[in-house]
Each structure stands twice: as C-alpha cells, then as structure tokens.
Design a binder for this molecule. Structure first.
Ligand SMILES: [Zn+2]
Length: 366
C-alpha cells in the first residue's frame, strides 16, 4: 500500500505558516493572548485583568513627559571595572553584552523634561541593563539629576526598577546609597519635591536608599518591592510569609508606600501632586511674570542711580560677603526656574539672594 505512505517530508519549523513571534503576548496574570500593538497602546497594562507588565525604560519617557520636552543628560557615562571582577565571565564583557541588549551604556536614562508644562528632572532605571543593578554610574546619574533639580529649582522624579546593588563593583556600588541619599537630603532642605515611582521589581540597595526616600512614594500595581527576597526572609525568620507579601498593595496596607497608581493615570497623578506641593503651573507663570517685572524695575532704578559714588559704596558693602559666598545656582536661560511654593508648609525653593550653601558650610555673614 504505497499510496498510503507519506511521501512528502514534514514541513520544517521555519516553513510552517503561522504568526510571527512578535505579534502576540500572553498575559502572565490571566493567560489571555494579547495583540502586542494593543498592549503597547495600553501602556503595557493587560486590558483584561489590569496586570502591569514590565516595560522598557524609554517608554516611561513617553508615558510621563510632555511630548518632545525630554532632553537626555549623561547618556555617555559607563562603568569601569574597579575590582577586576570575574564571575562566570569578566565584568567588562557582561557590560558589553548589556549594552548590546539594551542599546544603552548604563542602567539609567536621565534628563530634563516637562510634566504638564512643569519643568522637572527625571531619572528612569532600565531593568534590562544588568538587572537594573545600582553601580557607580547609576548612583552618579541619579545624584547629578538631583543636583540639577536643586540648581534649577525643579522637582525630581525617579522611576526605579532594580535587582539591587551591583556586586561586581563592590563597595563602589554600596556607597551610591549614601551618595544619593545625601543629595536628596539637600533637595528636601531646599523644599523641592521628590517623587519616587516604584515599578516591578524594586529591591535591594535601591529600596534601601533613594526609592523609599520620596516625599511621595508611588508604586505600580502588583510591583514586587522589598529589600531581601522572600526565600531569604522565610529561612531567617522560620515562618511562612503571608500571600501578596512584598507586593505594592501589601506595602500600601502596611504603610510602606503612599499610593498604588495605575500606570495609565501615573502622569496625571504626578502632575496633581506637584500642583499640590508647588501650586498650579498657571500660578507659577504669574509669579514668574511678577518676578520679571520686579527685576526690570530694579534694573531701571540701578541705571538711574548709576553714579560713581553710589556704585562704589554698593561694591564696598557687597565686597566681603561675595568673597566667601557660595556659587549662585545658574539661572535657566529661558523659562526660568520653577520658583515659589505658595502651598502651606513648603519651605520654598531657592530664590535669588538665598543661595544654597554647600554641605556642612554655614552661610557667610555679610
Ligand atoms: Zn491579563
């Protein structure tokens, strides 16, 4: 019965008709098959069960900031190999692979942008880059973003996604916790808001430092947030952990985070919080106009009274004070820094004539 035998060879895997692998995704929450484009439009949130998938760091720029407002800073920074660290492979090799995989030179995107017309500084961690681990570059970029926010008088937003400290950099990695915490302390003293957004997962040294230091700590639904992993804790305390332990909702119930916010309303929520802390943007514009008028009036008065005697007297008074005065924060070329905190309880960001003294240095007496 030769006709019964299969004469054609079975199709190879590559020849089988089917859908390309990059068209659909399966939701890990409800097992629904989702059209990837639709999932992308829904900001990586399952339309069926609301599960928040991990998304790329660059996507948060699109989600949180006004279109076209983002200016990236420090993209060129990359890690050294201070310890000559080798585990399964040498650390520099691991970094090269991470660069190829993520298309970035480090695990953070940082820069300036606007949220509903309010200038801010932002840093977003990229989990694809060595598990978003915090090495010296991550710490440095977040500290720089905070310092820029400080000098320009803007709020700071940090979106965290991290497996913790980067062990390949040893103590250089751990000291980033202190460094970032110190500069956030200065931001707090200056009365500038810092909003921390915790995404899935935020663990280890990142949780133990800047991720939990926000004036407001916002978590995405279902995000894993913790210091040590659940297995380590169970082994240590010899107890079974409750359901949902270390998830955003559990932490909200126990007072570890302030809000759990759907990614689709994250931008609106942050804008509202900043309005609440600093006053609405419209007020800020009005205040800036008022400041400009005052400056112009002062300039005109100075021009009118610019006689040799008066100028010298002024210089003599200002002289000794200026000699030791800390460097004035550079003013923004256009738009001007966000100033003024009409909201009750706010200390108010730095204004002219009230420069921020460097750490541990008292303001000099005039
Ligand atoms: Zn789902």
């Amino acid at each position: 019965m030769a006709w019964f035998r299969r004469e054609q060879k079975p199709l190879k895997k590559s020849e089988r008709p089917g859908v390309p692998s990059d068209v659909f995704d399966k939701c890990a929450g409800c097992s629904e098959i989702l059209y990837r484009e639709r999932l992308h439009q829904n900001l990586g949130v399952c339309p069926n069960c609301g599960r928040h998938m991990r998304i790329q760091a660059g996507r948060y720029v699109e989600i949180l900031l006004d279109e076209g407002s983002f200016r990236e800073r420090d993209a060129h920074l990359s890690s050294g190999d201070p310890l000559g660290f080798v585990d399964l492979k040498p650390y520099p090799e691991r970094l090269k692979e991470a660069e190829a995989k993520s298309g970035r030179r480090n695990a953070v995107i940082s820069g300036a942008g606007e949220i509903e017309r309010r200038p801010i500084h932002i840093a977003i961690m990229d989990f694809r880059f060595v598990g978003g681990s915090m090495g010296s570059v991550v710490g440095e970029k977040i500290a720089r973003a905070a310092r820029r926010a400080l000098s320009e008088g803007t709020p700071l937003i940090v979106v965290s996604a991290s497996g913790g400290a980067r062990m390949q950099e040893g103590i250089f990695s751990l000291m980033q916790m202190a460094k970032t915490s110190a500069v956030l302390g200065r931001l707090h003293e200056a009365g500038l808001p810092y909003v921390s957004v915790l995404t899935d997962p935020t663990t280890g040294g990142v949780t133990a430092s800047f991720a939990m230091l926000g004036d407001l700590n916002i978590a995405e639904p279902g995000a894993l947030i913790g210091f040590a992993g659940p297995r380590v804790i169970e082994e240590t305390i010899k107890q079974e952990l409750p359901d949902g332990f270390q998830r955003a909702e559990f932490l909200l119930e126990h007072g570890m985070v302030d809000r759990v916010v759907d990614r689709r309303s994250l931008k609106k929520e942050i804008a509202q919080v900043l309005d609440h802390m600093l006053g609405p943007v419209a007020d800020r514009d009005a205040q800036r106009d008022a400041e400009r008028t005052v400056e112009r009036t002062a300039e005109r008065t100075a021009e009118r009274t610019a006689e040799p005697g008066t100028a010298q007297a002024g210089a003599a008074v200002a002289g000794p004070a200026r000699k030791h005065a800390p460097v004035q924060p550079p003013s923004q070329p256009e738009g001007g820094p966000a100033r003024g905190a009409p909201g009750a309880g706010a200390t108010g960001p730095p204004v002219e004539g009230r420069p921020i003294p460097p750490l541990g240095q008292e303001s000099p007496r005039g």
